[in-house]
Design a protein around this ligand. Structure first.
Ligand SMILES: Cc1cc2nc3c(=O)[nH]c(=O)nc-3n(C[C@H](O)[C@H](O)[C@H](O)COP(=O)(O)OP(=O)(O)OC[C@H]3O[C@@H](n4cnc5c(N)ncnc54)[C@H](O)[C@@H]3O)c2cc1C
Length: 446
């Protein structure tokens, strides 16, 4: 890496939300002069899977700060007219049991927004030079030395550069290259997802709510929502008792499901859910995997992870897309703060600063996720249908507060971490908001 003459080459493995947002943040936030950013994606075409994604206010604000204004339009994404981000109903009675509200989101464009994944992906793609994206490059291994980084692909080719950012999702090969023993675990649920034209349900299902809706049952859940560009989504989440190995061997990510299984599974539910399952034309399957926190996100002086590769929280709280955007923004801020990447030491200090801004926050999410999945804490089976119903209602009403996640302010957290690291006045970390009550508690006490 010759200073001021040759561009610093930054390799990004994966062109999902995290990879694309990182490319945008490097170009617009980092202030790094003379960088050459290249993305390597396994897919041969940039067609996102046909599923929906919700972005919370933190993600929507970050999209705006990244200059991805095209994702904020009312056409691209769907926002409930009521301004209520989440409404939870009883599976059988269809009664509203609990709602989430936005606490401090004055701009309606930042309200929780639901997209077809392909649309948010395309919105980001408009901001990344096409010639920097290399398709059909399935990574099998990454390497790093003090002098540089390398990626090796299934097709026998390789790429070399100065910095590597692993944005290759929950099953990251970059992560595996540096932590070979890391394992994911099946979280006990399989999601059956579909997206289709809203005309299949709107005006056809009596009492279909205009808002996005979660219905919770004793074991299974169902979600339905309008999306941007007149699309609609249904998502059935069912408990599957199989082991991680059995699921790994029998259900592939994005595998075609059986829509008659969906209809059968929800046949005892309220008429709106039943009608939605009847109107759903197909399902694809997504088993939900999670993994433990990583001790570090920085390997040597030149490699880091971002998005699901860094924090394997699965589909929890529909937070992953927004977290990936905030990760990317924080990485851009870290490079800007360090001011130049003329030596391995400077690169490492930027990567470490990024890690210290983000990891406290995502570790906290992982603690909540693994706490909820801990089967040793499960109550014994209910003795009657009434008891089971009372427990369900209690669970719905005592859901963990999530504003600490959905209204997180990455710039504020960045400023806080920098101030603390420079020995400034101690402040409360934004990352230290209690997961249960929403009260502010210092991060050190969590
Ligand atoms: C069932 C489920 C539901 C979810 N629902 C929501 C939701 O509603 N809202 C939300 O915000 N989040 C949701 N998430 C999480 C969200 O999808 C992710 O957190 C988010 O997409 C993170 O993006 P990413 O770029 O890190 O990973 P990904 O979106 O997985 O992108 C990784 C990219 O890397 C590529 N790649 C992978 N391996 C290789 C390789 N070996 N070589 C080259 N390229 C590779 C992939 O093709 C992909 O393009 C959900 C997750 C699950 C599992």
């Amino acid at each position: 890496m010759a200073e001021n003459t040759q561009a610093t080459r930054i390799l990004i493995a994966g062109a999902g939300i995290a990879g694309l947002a990182t490319a945008v943040a490097l170009a617009r936030v980092s202030d790094l002069p003379n960088i050459d950013v290249q993305l390597y994606e396994q897919a041969s075409e940039l067609l996102e899977i046909g599923a929906s994604i919700a972005l919370s206010p933190n993600g929507m604000r970050t999209l705006e700060k990244l200059g991805v204004d095209n994702a904020l339009t009312d056409e691209t994404g769907f926002r409930s007219a009521s301004g209520i981000p989440q409404i939870f109903r009883h599976w059988k009675t269809n009664q509203v049991i609990s709602v989430d509200t936005h606490i401090n989101v004055p701009d309606p464009r930042h309200h929780t927004t639901r997209f077809h994944r392909g649309h948010i992906h395309s919105a980001l793609l408009e901001h990344v030079p096409k010639e920097s994206i290399h398709l059909g490059k399935k990574l099998i291994r990454a390497e790093a030395t003090d002098a540089g980084v390398s990626l090796f692909f299934e097709d026998g080719t390789s790429a070399h550069g100065d910095i590597l950012i692993g944005a290759d999702g929950i099953k990251s090969k970059v992560r595996q290259s540096f932590i070979p023993e890391y394992k994911l675990r099946f979280g006990g649920r399989v999601f059956m997802r579909a997206t289709f034209n809203a005309a299949l349900v709107e005006g056809k299902i009596p009492d279909l709510p205009a808002d996005s809706m979660h219905w919770w049952g004793p074991n299974d859940n169902f979600f339905a929502s309008k999306l941007g560009k007149n699309q609609y989504t249904t998502v059935g989440a069912y408990s599957d008792p199989r082991s991680s190995e059995e699921i790994e061997n029998s259900v592939a990510w994005d595998q075609k499901g059986d829509v008659t299984f969906l209809r059968e599974r929800y046949k005892g539910w309220n008429p709106v859910v039943r009608a939605l399952t009847e109107a759903t034309p197909y399902t694809n399957l997504y088993p939900n995997f999670t993994g433990d926190r990583l001790r570090t996100w920085v390997f040597g002086s030149r490699v880091t992870l971002i998005g699901d590769a860094a924090h394997a929280h699965g589909g929890a709280f529909a937070a992953g897309g927004s977290l990936a955007l905030d990760d990317a923004f924080a990485l851009g801020l870290a490079f800007r703060h360090v001011g130049g990447i003329s030596s391995p030491e400077k690169i490492e200090s930027a990567l470490k600063l990024y890690e210290s801004v983000r990891q406290t926050h995502t570790d906290r999410l992982l603690r909540v996720v693994h706490g909820l999945l801990d089967t040793s804490k499960k109550a014994p089976a209910a003795k009657s249908a009434e008891e089971e119903d009372a427990r369900l209602i209690e669970r719905l009403r005592s859901r963990p507060a999530t504003e600490w996640l959905s209204e997180y302010d990455v710039e504020r957290e960045f400023a806080h971490v920098v101030k603390e690291s420079e020995g400034g006045e101690k402040q409360e970390s934004y990352a230290g908001t209690s997961p249960v009550s929403g009260l502010q508690v210092p991060a050190s006490k969590l």
